[in-house]
Ligand binder design. Structure first.
Ligand code: NAD
Length: 465
């Protein structure tokens, strides 16, 4: 166990000194650093997958694709584009003979917190832009995924000197000790509740923040769509990682007369894809991260049922997992409709008119993701124009996050700031405006602004007119 009290200020001080050395690195040097990180991730891929299985029983396929490949392709994207992003941008000047440029400089000392649901990806995906932008960083992995925290630490310590990137493992005590330090930027992934505390703590030092938070992502299904075709996309997004995804569809709205068919199709698809000979295929479904969360989800289910909800499929609990579950007749006052579900339970809600759905969505905090299944552009435009969310996928769920040219992030209670691709580079950079003034005497009007002002106000007012 690291002695946080002495070690933390020491590393922070080391990084404080090193930050300007790192700031001066070229695009090539930064890419080289990222490539070294990529090579080490690749070398440790089997150990990362094993750690994710220990922490979450995460299917190896999901671990490889969503945790490892996503980070490696972000590194490739940075390798292709970083040089261009780092170029100063020349912009027109108002002053005669002057030049104006915007320089992207690193924010400096950054702190990155990861959540437990994608404990590897959520630690390393923000590290890519942090390093690309030329920062020094301290990482705080999630204590709820201890095996992944350990392998992540091993990778970082192998690739980086602690004066550039350091890791502090631990729980809330370490997390809060870190908040005492005057970082320049804090990048936090986690719950909205803790996000508020992070923002408050950041205020002490006026650190900028990126908050990647949660929420209830709704799915709206227009009655014209072919339900059978869209069900696989919704089931995939809802039950991957056992629904422990910030962008997972939280609940679905279908037209009243389509509820039966939709519930049946979802149930049949679950049956075909998650069961073999009537038994759950555990290797396709992560476990719930810990007993506390399992009990939380059980409580949400029981509360919904006690208030009139019908369990259409699933509901069973076995070996740390909740079977993919589908609910209908869920009342708005059920707890499951009050908080982010973050588990494999899908409430199906009905509507008669789309405006009711829009009203319900707008009565809640703005979600991280909003999903619309419709072939009718007018329906899509109507929903887009009357709602707000971090991002949107039309005719799909979650996959907008994988688009390198789209910003990923929330809005208000689902988050502040954005990342991936150039948006991450900008998030970890300070856009510094630089004026190169023309030589004295180039602009005859320059001294007009200097005192004495006598007689100048009238001339100025003429200009304002
Ligand atoms: P959490 O807020 O409990 O923990 C996140 C991190 O904050 C951990 O590293 C933890 O150690 C630290 N932490 C906990 N208490 C703290 C405190 N008082 N002060 C400072 N740091 C503290 O979140 P979680 O349970 O790990 O993750 C689940 C939540 O994260 C869900 O709400 C989910 O939607 C959200 N999430 C969001 C995204 C996104 O990209 N928007 C991605 C994944 C998860």
């Amino acid at each position: 166990m690291v002695d946080v009290e002495t070690k933390l200020p020491e590393v922070f001080q080391l990084q404080k000194q090193q930050q300007y050395v790192v700031k001066m690195t070229s695009a090539e040097e930064r890419i080289d650093k990222l490539q070294k990180l990529k090579a080490e991730i690749l070398a440790q891929a089997p150990a990362i997958i094993e750690a994710l299985q220990q922490d979450l029983d995460k299917p190896a396929f999901e671990a490889a694709s969503s945790e490892i490949l996503s980070v490696m392709s972000e590194i490739d994207y940075y390798a292709e584009n970083l040089k261009q992003w780092m170029e100063p941008v020349e912009v027109p000047s108002r002053s005669k003979g002057a030049q104006t440029k915007i320089i992207s400089e690193p924010k400096g000392q950054c702190l990155i917190y990861s959540a437990w649901n994608y404990p590897f990806m959520l630690l390393f995906l923000p590290l890519v832009p942090a390093l690309g932008a030329g920062n020094v960083c301290i990482l705080k992995p999630s204590e709820m995924a201890p095996a992944t925290s350990a392998i992540s630490t091993k990778i970082i310590q192998k690739v980086f000197d602690e004066s550039e990137v350091a890791v502090f493992e631990g729980g809330v005590d370490v997390a809060t000790a870190l908040l005492e330090l005057p970082f320049n930027h804090i990048f936090f992934t986690g719950s909205t509740h803790v996000g508020r505390e992070i923002m408050q703590a950041a205020g002490k030092h006026l650190a900028s923040v990126t908050l990647e938070l949660g929420g209830k992502c709704p799915v709206i299904i227009d009655e014209q769509v072919d339900l059978e075709k869209i069900v696989p996309r919704i089931v995939f997004g809802k039950y991957m990682n056992s629904g422990q995804i910030c962008l997972a569809p939280d609940h679905v709205y279908v037209k009243e007369n389509q509820q039966e068919e939709f519930a049946r199709l979802v149930g049949e698809y679950i049956q075909r894809n998650y069961f073999e000979n009537g038994k759950l295929t555990k290797e396709d479904l992560s476990k719930i991260v810990n007993e506390r969360n399992l009990q939380r989800l059980k409580g949400l289910l029981e509360d919904a049922v006690s208030k009139g909800a019908t369990v259409r499929y699933g509901g069973e609990i076995e070996d740390g997992r909740i079977y993919p579950t589908v609910l209908t007749d869920v009342l708005p006052d059920a707890k499951i409709m009050q908080e982010e579900i973050f588990g494999p339970i899908l409430p199906i809600l009905t509507y008669t008119d789309l405006d009711e759905v829009i009203e319900q969505i707008n009565a809640r905090p703005k979600p991280l993701g909003l999903y619309i299944f419709s072939e009718d552009q007018r329906v899509v435009d109507n929903v887009l124009s009357k709602t707000s969310s971090g991002g949107v996928a039309v005719n799909d769920v979650i996959r907008h996050m994988l688009e390198p040219n789209l910003p990923f992030g929330g809005v208000n209670e689902s988050g502040i700031g954005r990342y991936t691709g150039i948006f991450g580079f900008k998030e970890f950079s300070h856009e510094r405006g630089v004026l190169y003034q023309a030589p004295v005497g180039t602009n005859p009007l320059e001294t007009f602004a200097h005192a004495p002002y006598k007689g100048k106000l009238e001339m100025l007012m003429q200009k304002i007119k």
